[in-house]
Design a protein around this ligand. Structure first.
Ligand code: ZN
Length: 141
């Protein structure tokens, strides 16, 4: 799953950060904390990842009350993240979500694109099930 919510204590800046690493765990920073808060983990939907990151930040904040803890979204394999304003972050995540390919049948985010092999221009779907539903659904009913 492409959105990885995790806690970091950055080596260079000393900043505590809740990362929404994208696309996936390989893009998380290298200073991950060994925390196990509810909400840490992987998500398919960036909006769910953001909601989780907000809850995780509350937990991290409770454990480190004297630190200013941020949330950041993006690639952190090369650079440490910078705390983002929550409203701006929500807007960015919403735009990012809009840009993701969605299934023509159910509207879910497409992770592995399924098409009708005999008719690849017919549509794009999240699953074999939705592809067949679209292609054969009318005939069966
Ligand atoms: Zn679907």
């Amino acid at each position: 799953m492409p959105y990885f919510v995790n806690c970091q204590h950055y080596f260079y800046s000393g900043q505590y950060m809740v990362e929404i690493a994208y696309p996936g765990i390989d893009y998380a920073g290298s200073d991950m904390l060994a925390t196990d808060y509810p909400g840490e983990g992987e998500y398919d939907d960036p909006r769910e990842a953001l909601d989780a990151a907000i809850k995780v930040r509350e937990c991290l904040q409770a454990d480190y009350p004297d630190e200013k803890i941020g949330i950041a979204f993006g690639h952190f394999d090369m650079v440490e993240g910078e705390s983002q304003d929550l409203e701006e972050l929500r807007t960015e995540i919403e735009k990012h979500y809009e840009s993701l390919p969605k299934c023509d049948i159910c509207g879910n985010i497409i992770k592995d694109k399924h098409i009708i092999l005999d008719d690849p221009d017919f549509g794009r779907f999240c699953s074999e099930f939705c592809a067949e539903e679209a292609y054969f659904g009318n005939e069966e009913n």
